[in-house]
Design a protein around this ligand. Structure first.
Ligand code: HEC
Length: 172
């Protein structure tokens, strides 16, 4: 009996402390704030568990030069403002986000299986700023951009030429 009473009191206290942490404005809400305790760990754990369950294994389209070139166009239009272009400065949008969007031509995105990138592009990553494109890009376009990224270290000239153009024209 005493044990149970103690147990429930502890639960109420923990829930109350959690509530006050939010209610009294201690939760980091600005993009420049430090993360909440366990925020990054829990978010990573949830994402990788879901990817292991859901990410498709095999691409339904061929990985060839025309796929990479089409993928480069999709990327420029939909991803580059956050994820950057080879040898170009980060955009102001990318700099101000939390979590920061990884610069995909700097980080080793080519090591990620295309099915994983496809899942992220289709569904987005909740509460990070990473949009889900399921409603706006076709399946083919999402696979094109995923296959292009998976082969980012060996793209044909036709694709690198598209990615090298400046993100925004100088005279906007
Ligand atoms: C508005 C900004 C924004 C746009 C546009 C955007 N992303 Fe993201 N993306 C993010 C952010 C922020 C993250 C980091 C999420 C995290 O920390 O879990 C991310 C993460 C990712 C990741 C995981 C990278 C890694 O190394 O873990 C991939 C892959 C990705 N995005 C692909 C894309 C593709 C493909 C597009 C275009 C079709 C795209 N993103 C468009 C903001 C964006």
């Amino acid at each position: 009996m005493r044990f149970l009473a103690g147990f429930f009191t502890a639960i109420v206290l923990i829930a109350g402390a959690g509530y006050l942490y939010f209610k009294m404005g201690f939760v980091p809400v600005a993009t420049a704030s430090a993360p909440m305790p366990f925020e990054a760990m829990l978010a990573k754990m949830g994402l990788s568990a879901r990817l292991a369950k859901d990410a498709p294994g095999k691409a339904p389209i061929a990985a060839n030069d025309s796929t990479y070139i089409a993928g480069a166009h999709v990327y420029r239009k939909n991803c580059a403002v956050c994820h950057g272009l080879p040898d170009q400065d980060k955009s102001a949008i990318a700099k101000g986000m939390y979590p920061e969007p990884p610069q995909l031509f700097v980080s080793k995105v080519a090591d990620d299986p295309p099915g994983e990138t496809y899942w992220k592009a289709a569904n987005g990553i909740r509460l990070t700023g990473m949009p889900g494109f399921k409603g706006s890009l076709s399946e083919t376009e999402m696979w094109q951009v995923s296959l292009m990224l998976a082969n980012a270290d060996k793209l044909p000239a036709g694709a690198t030429e598209v990615l090298k153009r400046p993100l925004q024209p100088a005279n906007w």
